[in-house]
Design a protein around this ligand. Sequence first.
Ligand code: GLN
Length: 288
Amino acid sequence: MTLKQALRRARDVLVENNVEDAPLEGELLLRHTLKIDRVQLYLELDEELTPQQEQTFRRLLERRLNGEPAAYITGRREFYGLDFNVSPAVLIPRPESELLVETALSIAKSRPLFTIADIGTGSGAIAISLALALAQSKIYATDVSAAALKVARLNCRKHGVSDRVRLLEGNLLEPLPEPVDLIVANLPYVRKSELNPQFEPPLALDGGADGTESIEQLCRQAGGKLKSGGSMLLEIGQGQREAVTAILHNIFPGGEVEVIPDLAGIDRVVVLSLSAGPVQLDRQPLHC
Ligand code: GLN
């Protein structure tokens, strides 16, 4: 069987089994089998697979048909144009979470973000994307899961940002050593009753009875950990706009709250902006 035939066969069987993005997924699995990049794959379409490669490829396809995500089979996932290592210890980065990165970068255009905290960092995809785009920022990345932080550490090394991304183990903002200019968080927000994770860590998805438990907990901790004039970006699930904006208005009555939809038109990122407050003078006013 040639590579071209293998691709076609994989696509057909994935389509038959209702796997989304069948051509791409087939390609990822074939590249993983052969340990080659995209360019090489398309240069070698007429080459023959060895019987052993055919067997490996067939096994990977079976795993995929069994529901295992391609990212866990290959151990990699692209996010914000970068390649990240993933394992079942971390949530697979989703394209809609790129909106958190884009929103953070647009804030960075209007004011300097010296310190940023990515809460519930998982694979580190958001923290590392920000570190690469904002060379002057120091980034804290927290997670309750030590296993997730191991994956994040690997990714920091892979992208050469270990010196600027500080990984901290602990619950939400608790391990943060200082207030920051920006908090970014893609916390678990799936309702417990709707939770059905077969492969991904429940810890990364389970948002409690109404899905917003972790988000609310973070908001309650944020007061002391956001600098004056700071911002917080929260990824939310479909239908959570009202609940989360109400929590923020309640905890930060003076803050400004805005909601940004993702490419599918679903409200996805809630932005809290604190006012800078009165300018602090370090000298006494003059009395004449
Ligand atoms: N977007 C993910 C999903 O729908 C949930 C991610 C999360 O809980 N942060 O599966």
